[in-house]
Design a protein around this ligand. Structure first.
Ligand SMILES: NC(=O)c1ccc[n+]([C@@H]2O[C@H](COP(=O)([O-])OP(=O)(O)OC[C@H]3O[C@@H](n4cnc5c(N)ncnc54)[C@H](OP(=O)(O)O)[C@@H]3O)[C@@H](O)[C@H]2O)c1
Length: 260
């Protein structure tokens, strides 16, 4: 299979290329800021994007204009709502897989966050804390935003109304249902995400630490294999893991509650 990489000179692009070659894929095109976006689509079976929002948007504009039908895996974060809308438009005629985090464990945490937010009412204050290396350009991370949106959805709240991104100086009292975000950018931390549910008498924390960016590259290669078998549409990690996780969760709960 031939893979074209947008962001090929970047840290993630480099790891995706290595991972793809290890899996026996060929690299058809390596595209960075010095190249033409149209070259990404030459003689290739699939496209992978780990670049920056401007590049992702121009790629999608090209896809939409030319009605390109080559499946695309997008890992770039910090994308605007307009860019996500554009992805949805393109997904009417091509397979688009988008995940701000390609780690399988993050998809598990996302599911746990949904279940926990259904189980605990809004008397539990939710805070999301994330730590990344000092070169990361977007904040909060795409993963932190994804987790926040999952929690808001589980609580049947409008994310934009409950998300609190800044606290500085004299601030209003915490609102019921507020989801607070805090961010650290330091050293070479690959990525840490922690969700806290803080009640009056107890606190629950759910935490994920990525030790190496390799995990995102491995997840990307798995996503490629899966995506090329799908019909045109918009897909996320939830779609990718559904068939694996749903039967597992069903039997897990059955086992758990039937223990004597
Ligand atoms: N989904 C996930 O699991 C996951 C995991 C890690 C990172 N990410 C995200 O992936 C993205 C890339 O991260 P990174 O650490 O690899 O960044 P990076 O090292 O800064 O690499 C960025 C890449 O994008 C290219 N680029 C920049 N502007 C461009 C333009 N206008 N047109 C075409 N290419 C352009 C750069 O090319 P030049 O060298 O020519 O500038 C470079 O190849 C970020 O959004 C990051 O948050 C996602």
């Amino acid at each position: 299979m031939k893979v074209s990489v947008l962001g090929s000179t970047g840290k993630m692009g480099g790891l995706v290329i290595k991972s793809a070659l290890r899996e026996g894929f060929e690299i058809s095109n390596k595209i960075s800021s010095k190249d033409k976006i149209s070259d990404l689509f030459l003689d290739t079976d699939v496209i992978v994007d780990f670049s920056c929002p401007v590049a992702t948007e121009s790629m999608l504009q090209y896809v939409n204009k030319e009605k390109v039908s080559i499946p695309i895996v997008i890992g770039t974060t910090g994308l605007s709502e307009q860019c996500i809308d554009l992805m949805h438009r393109c997904s009417q005629f091509v397979q688009i897989f988008y995940s701000p985090n390609m780690s399988f464990l993050i998809s598990i945490i996302n599911m746990i966050a949904y279940a926990t937010s259904k189980l605990l009412d809004e008397s539990y204050d939710v805070e999301i804390h994330e730590v990344h290396h000092k070169y990361k350009k977007d904040s909060p991370s795409g993963t932190a935003l994804m987790l926040g949106k999952t929690i808001a959805q589980a609580r049947e709240r409008e994310f934009n109304e409950v998300a609190r991104f800044t606290r500085y100086g004299v601030i209003p009292l915490r609102q019921e249902g507020e989801i607070g975000f805090s961010v650290q950018r330091c050293g070479n931390t690959v990525g840490k995400h922690e969700i806290s549910y803080v009640g009056e008498y107890e606190t629950l924390k759910i935490k994920h630490t990525a030790h190496s960016k390799e995990i995102f590259a491995k997840g990307t290669v798995k996503a490629i294999r899966w995506l090329i078998q799908q019909k045109p549409g918009f897909y996320t990690m939830n779609d990718f893991t559904r068939n694996l996780v749903v039967p597992m969760v069903k039997s897990l709960y059955k086992d758990f509650f039937s223990r004597v």
